[in-house]
Structures are given as C-alpha cells and as structure tokens.
Design a protein around this ligand. Structure first.
Ligand code: SAM
Length: 243
C-alpha cells in the first residue's frame, strides 16, 4: 500500500463514528449469551473509534473495558468519547499482544487480521476462567454467490467462508461456538450511512489515490445493498473447549 493511498484512505475514514457494521444490540446479545457478569473485565480488541464501548460498559456496569487499536488516531477519537470514564482504559496497541485476564474479548470486524484460528489460539491465555470471545466476520449466507459480490470479496478477502467454515476454524482453535447471529441492516447502515456522506463530500477526489479509495468505498456499499441476502457479517460467541 503506497503512502498516498494510505493517506487517502485515512482522509476518507477519519472521524467516522465506526469503521465496520455494528449496533449496540449485538453487544448486548453477545454479553448475555456469554454469561458476562456485571463486574466483567471486557476487552474491545481493535476498537477503532470506540463505537462499541458504551454498549460494552452497559453490559457490565460494575466492570471495566480495556480498548485498544493499532491506529493512534482511532484511539484519540475514542478518548474524546470515553477518556474521562475511569472504567475505560484506552491505548494504542496490537491485539495479538493482549494478556488479560478478560471475561469477554469483543472483536468487531477485525479478527480476520490475525486469522480466526490463530487469533483465538493467541487469546486463550488472555481469557479468565469461564471467559468467551465474541467476533464478527464476513460470511457467505447462500451457496448462490452473485458475481459482483464474489468479485468484490475475491479482491478484498478471498478466504471468506460460510457459517460452517467459520465454525470449523473456531473448532480448530480448540473452542466451541455458543451461538451466532447475522448483523442486521441497521448495523450495516450505521457504517455505510456516515461513509456515504463522506464519499459525497470528497468526490470526485483530488488525486488518483483518492479517486481509487472513493471508488472502492462506493463499490463496497453498492454491492452490499444489492446482495445483502447473499453475504454479510456473522457474529459468533465462542468459548474454549476446556472451560
Ligand atoms: C473494520 S475496523 C473495525 C473497528 C471497530 N471494531 C468498529 O467496528 O468500528 C478494523 C480495525 O482493526 C484495527 N486493527 C487491525 N489490526 C490490528 C491489530 N493487530 N491490533 C489492533 N488493531 C488492529 C484497525 O486499525 C481497525 O480499526
């Protein structure tokens, strides 16, 4: 990735409320399924600008949220929202290095950076006894894959699989799936709505790199809106087998 492309990407994504699909109801559902106690130690791994931190706090009102992301600007954004909350710790860091112990590791749209199996294995030592991991992951919902969607994901994430494929990677890490749920259209519009507005504001783009970044963002949203029955994000709550 060239510096000019990276700069254009961050100009597009700077100060958006979230960096992937999601809604508070996802966090509530996952915390309930995982049996997360009110006093839980939660980790928001790859928190981006911190869109899920309020829902995580609400799920464990007497607990603590440790949130981290590798990009300092996202952490600055999250600090503007939660920096005064003594029950939230924010830092720039690598989610592969977390040590815990955590009762729930929440990872919205980012475990694929580590790989599902690899990431879950890495996080085993960061889980408290009885702890769980909740993660959302791109997923095929139908065997019939529209060409535009297949082309997009072949470019962006060729390893994308279906629910059975995700579960197989979970089991290969020595975990079991407690439950799954598809992210809703509301969750996707929480991401694409603000992104659409930013794309419109920056269009047509003042450099080839910006034009490319804008075209990619338009394509992604268009393909999801046209083919959302075929693919989306699957949220999985998983727990080590030996718990
Ligand atoms: C699709 S975004 C999701 C962000 C956030 N969870 C949300 O839903 O808004 C993926 C995030 O993963 C972060 N990321 C990627 N690799 C990482 C790593 N090794 N450690 C920490 N953060 C990472 C990126 O900086 C980015 O914020």
């Amino acid at each position: 990735m060239s510096d000019a492309y990276r700069d254009a990407f961050f100009t597009l994504h700077c100060d958006l409320p979230r960096e992937g699909p999601g809604e508070p109801a996802d966090v509530t559902w996952a915390a309930h399924l995982a049996g997360t106690p009110k006093t839980a130690r939660l980790c928001d791994a790859a928190c981006g600008p911190g869109a899920d931190i309020a829902a995580l706090r609400a799920s464990a009102p007497d607990g603590h949220v440790t949130a981290l992301d590798k990009y300092p600007h996202f952490i600055e954004q999250a600090c503007a929202l939660h920096g005064q909350d003594p029950a939230v710790t924010l830092s720039t860091g690598d989610m592969a290095q977390i040590t815990g112990p955590f009762d729930l590791i929440w990872c919205a749209g980012a475990l694929y950076f580590l790989g599902i199996t690899e990431g879950l294995k890495t996080w085993r030592i960061a889980l408290a006894p009885g702890g769980a991991v909740a993660f959302s992951e791109p997923c095929w919902f139908t065997d019939d894959r529209p060409q535009a969607a297949a082309d997009l994901w072949n470019d962006e994430y060729p390893a994308m699989t279906d629910a059975a494929g995700i579960d197989a990677q979970v089991r290969a890490a020595g975990y079991r799936t407690l439950g799954t749920r598809k992210l809703s259209a509301t969750a996707w519009e929480n991401y694409y709505g603000p992104l659409d507005k930013r794309v419109a504001k920056l269009s047509p783009g003042d450099s080839p790199e910006m034009q490319q970044v804008l075209a990619e963002a338009r394509r992604e949203a268009e393909v999801w809106r046209a083919h959302q029955d075929s693919f989306g994000y699957l949220l999985s709550v998983v727990q080590p087998d030996d718990v």
